[in-house]
Structure formats: C-alpha cells, structure tokens
Design a protein around this ligand. Structure first.
Ligand SMILES: [Zn+2]
Length: 301
C-alpha cells in the first residue's frame, strides 16, 4: 500500500516536473526569439509580395527621372486635446519638402483639422479595422494624402496602408491614401519621411524581415537588384547593433561580418535620432513610383 502510494507520488511529481520543464522550455524559446528581434520601435507597413517585388524591380530598372514636380495635397488631421500650435505642422511640412525635393515630389498643406481625441492609440488602429474607422470616420479626403496624428501606443511610430502588389490598384483604394503617425513620433526627424517613403513604394532597407541578420541582400552588393529594398545604393542591412554615436558595432553573436549598414537611412529601423537621409537611388525610385502609381493623387501645379 505504502509502495503504491510512493509510486503514485513519484508519478505525480514526474508529470509535474515534465510540465515545469516544458513551460520553462516555452518561455526560453520565446525569449530566444525575442533576443533576435530588432528592438527598434517599428512601423507596420508590409513588405511586397513576390509579384510586387517583380513590379518594383521592373519599375526601378526601366524608369527615367521625371523632373516635372508632382504635388500632393496633405489633409492633416490631429486627434488630440493639445492645440494645433503645439504640433508645428507647417514647419514640419516645410522640412518634408526640403527632404523630398530631390525626388521632385512636393507637398501642400490643406487647412489642418483638429478633431476631438479618440480613445484608441496607434497600435490599436493598426490592429483593428473598427478602431481605424472610429478615428478616420469621414475625415479622409479622396483627393489628398491623409495624415493622422494619433495617440502613441506601445510599439509603433507610424504606419501606412500599402498593398503588396498590383500597385495600379492604389487608384481604387482610398484607405491607402492614409498615413498614421503617433503623437510622440511626430516630433522626431524621421518617422514622417519614413512613412511617406512607404507611400511612394519604398521598402525597408533590411527587406522582408526585421529580425537581426535575416536580410537576403549580400554585404558585397552582388544581389542588390533583387533582394532587400531592390535599390543598390542602400547597402545590405542586417538590422544589427549600434552605439550611442550611431555607429555599427556588430550582431548579437558579437561578430561584425562585412556589413556596412545604412544607419542614417530613413527606411532603416535604426534609432530615429540617427536617421536623416534618403539615397539618390531611393529618390529615383520614389520619383518613378509617384509618377506611375500615385499619379492619380498628384497634380502638376
Ligand atoms: Zn516602415
């Protein structure tokens, strides 16, 4: 009887120990996964599909610069209790025009709309269509680029609704004329430029996955046309570690490899205070994209 009791007891503990080990294993593997994840706050705009990739490669390889300026009206909507003055929107758009000048893309600010605060943040808007509708209501204009400044959430700085292929369909998709920026990110130098980069077809410099060292673009540039962002003057980006001075210091396994990542590039995931430029290749790509796929929204004067 006692032996049976001891056997049952030991069985009971064996099951418990296996359960605990399993649980620890699950936590460990999640942590492991997290440690590989880029820790930079990110945007939620999706990478193109295989078909979209081909469209972009064809566009980038076969376009000549169109030097006639294409203008986009900006319908800026702020959902906040703060005053419009606080956001310094005109100054920001002026800076944006300087940034985008080499692409021959310019922006004109329509009268700004200050809307009552809605109790959902950027992360929630990205997650659920009903939250998005709650914020946008009937404030989006069909003939302008809509920019919503909304309360910040936990992870996102901003996001732009993009389609992953068949880019001519932008013409029919009003919701893809909209960019969301968090109130906090509005004041950094890079989020707005980054999100509009997506609006004009740019991909992240690391390509499809933000996980560290998963870029398919080779550091020697030999496959730059078909991997990463398909733009050859943005070097392969492993989304590695950088120091306080915005210098690349390597990867989590302490190896440096041959990468020379584009830490200052707007379309990377490095710290916002490090980012302050597009490359000539990115300007040319946005020029081509704007004149082919966003022309319906732009005007020539
Ligand atoms: Zn992005």
């Amino acid at each position: 009887m006692k032996d049976q009791f001891l056997i049952n007891l030991s069985k009971h503990f064996t099951v418990k120990i296996i359960g605990i080990l399993f649980f620890v294993g699950v936590i460990y593997s999640c942590k492991n996964k997290e440690s590989n994840l880029a820790i930079h706050p990110y945007c939620a705009s999706e990478y193109c599909s295989v078909e979209g990739k081909q469209e972009l490669i064809n566009l980038y390889q076969n376009s000549k610069a169109i030097e006639k300026t294409i203008y986009f009206d900006i319908n800026c909507i702020v959902t906040s209790e703060k005053s419009l003055h606080f956001f310094k929107i005109s100054e920001k758009i002026k800076k944006l025009n300087q940034t985008y000048a080499p692409s021959h893309i310019q922006f004109r600010l329509l009268p700004i709309i200050l809307h009552k605060p809605v109790a959902v943040n950027l992360d929630e808007i990205e997650r659920k269509k009903s939250f998005r509708r709650l914020v946008t209501q009937d404030l989006e204009k069909v003939d302008a680029l809509n920019i919503f400044i909304v309360p910040h959430g936990k992870y996102l700085n901003g996001f732009t609704y993009v389609i992953r292929d068949n880019f001519l369909n932008y013409f029919n998709l009003v919701e893809c004329n909209t960019t969301f920026i968090s109130e906090k990110a509005w004041f950094n130098e890079s989020t707005l430029a980054h999100e509009l980069g997506h609006f004009f077809g740019l991909q992240h410099t690391f390509g499809k996955s933000p996980y560290e060292n998963t870029t398919l673009e080779k550091p020697d540039g030999s496959n730059c046309i078909e991997e990463g962002d398909f733009i050859c003057d943005t070097p392969a980006d492993p989304n590695g570690k950088i120091n306080k001075k915005c210098e690349y210091i390597g990867l989590s396994d302490a190896k440096k490899y041959d990468f020379n990542p584009p830490i200052t590039n707007y379309m990377s995931y490095y710290r916002n205070d490090c980012k302050n430029e597009f490359t000539l290749g990115q300007y040319a790509s946005m020029n081509a994209f704007a004149n082919k796929y966003r022309k319906y929204l732009g005007t020539e004067n």
